[in-house]
Design a protein around this ligand. Sequence first.
Ligand code: NAD
Length: 498
Amino acid sequence: MNSPIEKGVQQGVRQYLNFINGEFVAARSGKTFENRSPVDGRPIGTVAEAGAPEVDAAVAAARAAMVGPWGTMDIAKRSELLYAVADEINRRFDDFLQAEVADTGKPVSLASHLDIPRGAANFKIFADVVKNVPTESFQMATPDGKGALNYAIRIPKGVVGVICPWNLPLLLMTWKVGPALACGNAVIVKPSEETPATATLLGGVMNKVGIPQGVYNVIHGFGPGSAGELLTRHDGVDALTFTGETATGAAIMKAAADGIRDVSFELGGKNAGVVFADCDFDAAIDGIGRAVFANCGQVCLGTERVYVERPIFDKFVAALKTRAEGLKPGRPEDKATGLGPLISKEHQQKVLSYYQLAVKEGAKVITGGGVPKMTGDLANGAWIEPTIWTGLAETSRTMKEEIFGPCCHVTPFDTEDEVIRMANDTKYGLATTIWTTNLSRAHRVSAAIRVGITWVNSWFLRDLRTPFGGSKQSGIGREGGVHSLEFYTELRNVCVKL
Ligand code: NAD
């Protein structure tokens, strides 16, 4: 049977319902909110806002699933089902693509290459990981000479609340739901209010492939005073995994303190890119260009502070300017489009306020700094110009606060020590990208910059088996490969006296 969203798409009107216990349901309160296209500002659907009854129902469904049949299913069968989820997403690739592009406005070329294939792959990779991870065992001497045997077993955490951002909706959601389910948990997903579509579509996929009712639930709504806060405060939720802003992480951590529940956080960043004069110049421009402007700068791993060794500084700034000015804003489906809009008018106002602040703080605007002239219905979209600044003090707010737009400041440096100090002078510690052909320097600088993820001569090159997460205020915990198991399972020791 088609879900409401599927029917909606056919009729050109979208309706996003909550997905609870295998069924699409409206809110008992009747409350809905509007979803608008960031491309042209037109309403694209209504979303049912979950209240306490829906959150209670989702938690009850998830807890029931943990009793059975999900809770008693063996790993091989679970993995088989997760493979089927990935295959079904790929079979319905165009539906997911259309839904993600409608919500975010991102170019089809990007979403078809990154968001949807990676969103599907997350189910397969973790289905494989859980099948191949051993647990430890220790033999122990005892006074009677007979000994004892210890062995560890991994058990699921239980019901996991998954709270997601809007920048890579399907990809970042399945990055958590994939391992959570592979480890045998049930989940309640709270997608961003800006991007309700793909999480809802995934409900239909779960039903189609035979994931038992209650294993995957979706509740829609906002954060404070709405579905997000209700979920984080619910005592039937055993653990919370969250991707979003650092300030939101702090609020969720406070909620999780009641009941001493575990958290895994992937938070904000103010990432530094470091370019040495001995780099492969064209590769560095390409890499930093992507790190600054991809997804209209709305990537947590993106670079907003670029440090360039003085001998190539002017040439670098000029080349990055050419790159920025070559990015044409436009409709997602247009092949010439190099830059989508920001996620919303609200976010556009936030980014613009930083563009104004940068000038007030003394920045020289190399390019951009405002809103591009768009014609026709596109004039109502959340467009923004790719922007480059120089000349700011390292202590300025523009250099300290995450903007989350297609912009960067470029600073010259003279020595390795100096650039390491500047790169580390931030409360964040998510990612860095270093460009050099000097092997020893690459290793030295990688070890010295305090972040969770370092790329050398690359950016956003992700092997999903590797640890992913932030240092300092950019996160708590690591997910990816076996590291996801640390959060989504609990290790128990069994001691057997022989
Ligand atoms: P956000 O923190 O505003 O919202 C994220 C989610 O949290 C949304 O679903 C929102 O409804 C919910 N929420 C908000 N307040 C809440 C509360 N008090 N209780 C429960 N839920 C609440 O973030 P965003 O604007 O959607 O995303 C952008 C941010 O995410 C940026 O800071 C970016 O750096 C960060 N991010 C980090 C990573 C990473 O891997 N480290 C990845 C992507 C995005």
